[in-house]
Design a protein around this ligand. Structure first.
Ligand code: NDP
Length: 334
């Protein structure tokens, strides 16, 4: 039974995660940390949470709290995770795990040394659509995968702009925000890690000192090639992912999303077939697997190493875009 402390009075917590925590039998959300007392108190009251703190040590000192969810801005994840781990709490941390790879590695190693569960909140691998796509690939329905394409260019809603578009120090930019998710999703489907990347990034009307658009190409150990496009400025593009193999192709549309929606088609020598999927809540599944992992009966949907690796790919994409060079992905020994 998990008794949660929330580190961060964030929108993702109030719109998806608190509900997913409470959907797990016996779970409670006991407290929230905010850097602003009034915001914290308002957040606590709006979300039916008893305790609100402005001091992390006070939240962590509550022995009833056995798990924390970190959803502050990205530059804060590292120090907050290390403190929570040192206090013996299980940690579900938002992506990107940290700003620097060494920091992410330190978090994951600290959790392993302390013997607590540590997971990364990559939601897409919990979607019924992505589980169905993975089934098609692993059961050989498209043969050997030759290439993949990810379309993840969206219109960042007004209420989410803030630090994402104007604060590099807080981890803003489309690469830490969306490329990390695409890296995790590709790794999930292909079961291998990108080796090298090339990329081009820029601003197309929204980014103020951070990139709001990026395109990249990744090479995989199998020889497959991956092409991705992430943006904050595309109002009408829609999202999607495609896998093309020696025996068929998978076309999935509107699936790079937090909602259990989208459509999948398999095209092969027999023609075109729509693919069914389960439309459960993505975050409920993620929180369920995290809860089981803490209880010792399973593995989180995306663990700490998955978080390190998605960050590693995103950092390589950013470096490649800045240098204009083919860039190897450094996984920090993981
Ligand atoms: P928010 O901007 O809603 O919250 C981030 C921080 O901003 C909060 O911790 C809070 O600080 C501060 N804040 C919140 N509201 C205000 C306000 N009105 N005025 C000033 N400051 C405010 O961020 P998100 O929820 O969008 O993202 C948080 C984290 O979650 C990020 O790491 C992001 O990458 C990740 N994320 C993950 C998603 C997923 O599906 N996995 C989806 C969306 C985000 P304080 O806590 O000090 O009060």
């Amino acid at each position: 039974m998990l008794r949660w402390g929330l580190i961060g009075a964030s929108r993702i917590a109030s719109s998806y995660i608190i509900d997913a925590m409470r959907a797990q039998e016996g779970a409670e959300v006991l407290s929230v940390l905010s850097s602003d007392q009034k915001r914290g108190e308002r957040f606590a009251s709006e979300n039916r949470i008893n305790d609100s703190y402005t001091d992390l040590d006070s939240l962590l000192a509550d022995d009833r709290v056995n798990a924390v969810y970190i959803s502050t801005t990205n530059e804060k994840h590292h120090a907050q995770a290390l403190a929570a781990i040192a206090a013996g709490k299980n940690v579900l941390c938002e992506k990107p795990l940290a700003m620097a790879l060494t920091d992410a590695c330190e978090m994951v190693k600290a959790a392993a040394d302390k013997g607590v569960t540590f997971a990364t909140n990559h939601h897409l691998r919990n979607a019924g659509t992505h589980l169905a796509i993975k089934d098609l690939i692993t059961s050989g329905r498209i043969g050997n995968v030759l290439s993949a394409r990810v379309f993840h260019a969206v219109n960042l809603p007004e209420h989410l702009r803030g630090w994402r578009i104007n604060d590099a120090a807080a981890g803003g930019g489309v690469i830490p925000d969306i490329t990390v998710h695409d890296a995790d999703t590709i790794r999930f489907h292909l079961d291998e890690d990108p080796v090298e990347v090339v990329a081009k990034a820029g601003t197309s009307g929204m980014g103020e000192g951070v990139e709001d658009s990026v395109m990249s190409v990744w090479s995989m150990p199998s020889g497959a090639m991956v092409q991705t496009h992430e943006s904050f400025t595309h109002g009408f593009a829609g999202t999607g992912i495609e896998f093309h193999g020696t025996e068929g192709s998978i076309f999935a549309r509107n699936v790079m999303t937090q909602e259990p929606v989208g459509a999948i088609r398999l095209v092969d020598a027999n023609g075109e077939t729509p693919v069914d999927y389960k439309n459960h809540n993505l975050y409920h599944r993620s929180l369920g697997l995290f809860t089981n992992a803490v209880a010792g009966t399973g593995h989180p949907s995306a663990d700490g190493v998955d978080g390190i690796k998605s960050l590693a790919v995103a950092l390589a994409v950013r470096e490649a875009a800045q240098t204009g060079k083919l860039t190897p992905v450094n996984y920090g020994g993981f």
